[in-house]
Design a protein around this ligand. Sequence first.
Ligand SMILES: C[S@@+](CC[C@H](N)C(=O)[O-])C[C@H]1O[C@@H](n2cnc3c(N)ncnc32)[C@H](O)[C@@H]1O
Length: 335
Amino acid sequence: MNLVFELSGEKTEIGLEEVKSVLEVFEIDYKVICFEDPILVIEVEEIDLNILRNRLAFTHSISNLISISENIEGLIDSASNLETDLTYSVRANQKKVNKPIKNMDVESKVGSAISGDVDLESPGVRFQVFITNRCFFLTEKFFDINKKEFRRRKPNLRPFFKPGAVKPKFARGIVNLLGLTKRDYLLDLFSGTGSYLLEASLIGCRAIGVDIELDMLEGMLDNFRSIDEEVNCILGDSRFLPVQDSSVDAVVMDPPYGRSSGYRAGSLSELYEKALRESIRVLRGNGRLCVITPKKSRFSINKGYKLEKVSKFEVRVHRNLTRDIKIFKRCKYND
Ligand SMILES: C[S@@+](CC[C@H](N)C(=O)[O-])C[C@H]1O[C@@H](n2cnc3c(N)ncnc32)[C@H](O)[C@@H]1O
């Protein structure tokens, strides 16, 4: 089966890596057929689509590929081979197209080429055409990813909120990039209100949060209680973690940026450096680490560390803040 992922427009590189990471976690064999930003086509043998439905954050919808054409004539030609006993609708969606065409024209041409009865309100089959600069993808939509839950968990709607809190969609994306699966331990070195850990626990991981401020840990606990999930709290300094060597499956290190939220250390660079060393120490072999820093920070990760870079992204938050996100895998060599 060829699956079509309509990735979230604002950061398609994250969406692409997120899909691959989730498929790998569930040991699903796949082959990338094409990536025409923001449309990703992947061939998979067998898959429970609910895995993708319940996990992905940076995908809008998932469909079944019917054909890929270079021009509208090819699209209509392949639509004319379609026949359905069910009612159907056709929707066209243009993606980053330099010379836009009318969606309605595409919908009516494709719609009239298909044999069957049209029902735009509640069709039995929903055909979806994605148009990019180079291709026309004719697909049958399986489902849209439900983002309502992310909106419901927005940081300001939780019992405990601080302005630096990360949004659930972003946090879920990071959890997915960390390649986590049920019962895995995720350690957040600067847990604050618990954004990353809440998303991790919702997919069945075991969450451990470290924070130097007691009121932060208490607030995070309130957030967990409100969704009936559990978290392990450590009141401590991330430069000196009271955690055993090689004991956690993944670490997220999103330290204070020295702006709105304060930090306890001689300097930010000392905090980053020592927390990074501790992250590597407590990670098990092959475990993943996510390091998030503001783009302009001069913090760099030396080659000498037992880390291998998996992926790297930049995410603009607002005019004065762009986040640099790096995902690493801990290497076993040099142990
Ligand atoms: C920006 S907030 C974290 C935001 C969090 N990601 C969220 O979504 O709510 C940074 C946190 O780091 C904590 N912190 C500062 N210095 C620390 C240190 N040396 N060790 C552990 N935590 C520290 C602060 O108390 C604060 O809660």
